[in-house]
Write a protein that binds this ligand. Structure first.
Ligand code: DGT
Ligand code: MG
Length: 522
């Protein structure tokens, strides 16, 4: 059964592309070391285990999750690269998402793990189709063979969609390769399930299409273990209860019996996937909703120790925020949330306030610079340092207010939520918004000689207290003013009740996480 979508005049079978980065951690490590020959066997390890390796290493017998010692034995000369710091992999993942968003505009991009991506290209294919000749052929492999010339593309509208999708997939993979120095394998089909399976058919750096009318025959002999969503426990139950191990065999089991054995949700899913039916849509997970970093520690009542942990967390958070702004068309969060866990409690508690103005300003500047994080930090080192201090002070104030003098903590976390994009905000409709203020204050300092009198004569209002700001105020003065407005100590005196209500609010406690970590929520 083909999944149908209706979008404007274009009613068609869905076209979904799946991308899977090849030997991901290893490629990211190799990207940092251009002197290593990629044809040489290379593995990435964590602790004493190989977590992935390149294809020459696989050919030599190295396998994922092998002991490093054993990998060295099977492949003497194997180069081993430490993959214990996940930050570079997160950055590579964000870079891919940004590139996809830049290339594909509004198409939904779903990210699974760090190196798998689904893109619903149905609409793009519809728009592009008229630019392709009816005789243009497929790119890449077309299951079951490379040769797709036997299809009569002139007569089959649906097949021509997949021709366009295969060209698009190749363009995307080539862009990722040339701009990010990463190779991916691609899969093209009419569902996430089939596209993911297709992406694994020819690796590395190749792509495969599974055409809708061939889905059933592709699945027939497929081992059920290969299907996403069938883990080892479900697989064993299928073998034990129903004596089935392939999709074709599973199709003989009535849905009622599957529901009886596995429950409604899994039973129906099993019934569907062995027939190649998967109507799950591509969820757009590309927009980050929160970024947070946390530190877990042995219980302490010592304020100076807590400050030390807070500093570590805040520094890590600011790096992450800048990195995110740099690769994400200037998105920044507006709400700062400090979370803590009291030693005798199982529930986290939170307190929040506005993000300090300079964090937004630093993120906006780093985004406009379009260079690496380290170049950004170098160029804006003064602003970076003062912002770090400001962020740290804001968190200290929040914690002080909430904790008083009697406390014992074992975790602090600092995060930022309520992300928006600079571009999303219509400057004219929000003349006094914080964005306008950043842009005007930046214009004032950077382009004053060009913009001259016209811009500096525009009245500027503080977005918090609404007071008119002096035209001659420097950027630092503007920051100081806004920070004072936002600052806990000053708002009691100068802010009205409404602002106060929105300023500090408790948050529902969250589920506990493990020790020192950063997370991105989508
Ligand atoms: P491939 O087969 O060319 O896609 O190779 P990878 O390395 O991209 O494999 P994949 O897509 O299954 O996993 C992506 C990354 O996730 C991989 O580079 C390392 C990491 N990873 C995979 N499996 C494990 C695991 O069992 N433990 C740990 N710690 N990391 C893993
Ligand atoms: Mg991969």
């Amino acid at each position: 059964m083909a999944a149908l979508v209706h979008s404007g005049h274009c009613s068609t079978v869905r076209s979904i592309i799946a991308l899977d980065v090849d030997y991901f951690y290893c490629q990211v490590e190799l990207r940092k070391r251009p002197n290593i020959d990629r044809n040489h066997p290379v593995a990435a390890f964590q602790r004493n285990l190989v977590v992935t390796c390149n294809y020459p290493a696989r050919a030599a017998g190295v396998k994922k999750l092998m002991l490093v010692k054993d990998a060295r034995d099977v492949c003497p000369g194997l180069i081993l690269l430490d993959a214990s710091d996940l930050q570079d992999y997160r950055v590579a993942c964000s870079e891919i998402i940004c590139l996809l968003k830049d290339m594909l505009g509004g198409a939904a991009v779903e990210n699974l793990g760090l190196d798998e991506f689904f893109i619903d290209v149905t609409e793009i294919v519809c728009r592009r189709k008229e630019y392709y000749s009816c005789t243009t052929s497929f790119k890449g492999y077309c299951w079951p063979s490379k040769d797709c010339d036997s299809y009569n593309l002139l007569e089959n509208e649906e097949l021509r969609n997949f021709v366009v999708a295969s060209h698009l997939c190749l363009e995307i993979r080539e862009a990722i390769k040339s701009k990010l120095q990463l190779t991916c394998s691609g899969g093209i089909s009419n569902s996430k399930l089939l596209s993911k399976l297709a992406a694994g058919l020819h690796k590395p750096d190749e792509q495969t299409i599974i055409l809708p009318h061939l889905v059933e025959s592709y699945l027939n002999n497929l081992d059920l273990r290969k299907l996403p969503g069938i883990g080892s426990v479900t697989y064993q139950s299928l073998v034990d209860h129903f004596c089935v191990s392939t999709c074709e065999q599973l199709r003989f089991v009535p849905v009622e019996r599957l529901v009886e054995a596995f429950g409604k949700r899994t039973g129906i899913r099993l019934y569907h996937i062995c027939r190649g039916i998967d109507e799950e849509s591509v969820r757009d997970t590309s927009l980050v909703k929160s970024i947070s970093c946390e530190e877990r520690f042995a219980k302490t009542e010592c304020w100076s120790e807590i400050l030390r942990y807070l500093r570590i967390v805040v520094e890590r958070l600011l790096d992450r925020l800048v990195e995110h702004a740099r690769v994400s068309s200037g998105r920044y969060g507006r709400l700062l949330v400090v979370t803590y866990l009291k030693t005798l409690s199982t529930k986290r508690e939170s307190i929040s306030c506005n993000v300090p103005f300079d964090v937004i300003r630093l993120c906006s500047l780093c985004n406009s610079l379009k260079s690496s994080s380290s170049e950004c930090f170098e160029k804006f080192s003064n602003l970076y340092r003062s912002t770090l201090k400001q962020l740290e002070n804001r968190c200290i104030q929040l914690l002080r207010i909430r904790l008083g003098s009697d406390f014992s903590l074992c975790l602090v976390s600092v995060g930022v939520k309520n992300f928006v994009t600079l571009k999303e905000v219509d400057q004219t409709s929000h003349p006094n918004s914080i964005i306008s203020l950043i842009q005007r204050s930046e214009a004032k300092s950077t382009f004053s000689s060009v913009v001259g009198q016209t811009s500096s004569r525009e009245p500027m209002k503080c977005c918090i207290c609404n007071a008119f700001l002096n035209m001659e105020m420097s950027n630092e003065d503007i920051n100081r003013h806004i920070d004072k407005c936002l600052c806990m100590e000053s708002h009691d005196k100068s802010m009205n009740k409404n602002v106060l209500d929105g300023f500090i609010k408790s948050k529902k406690p969250k589920v506990s996480l493990t020790s020192s970590q950063c997370s991105i929520g989508t």
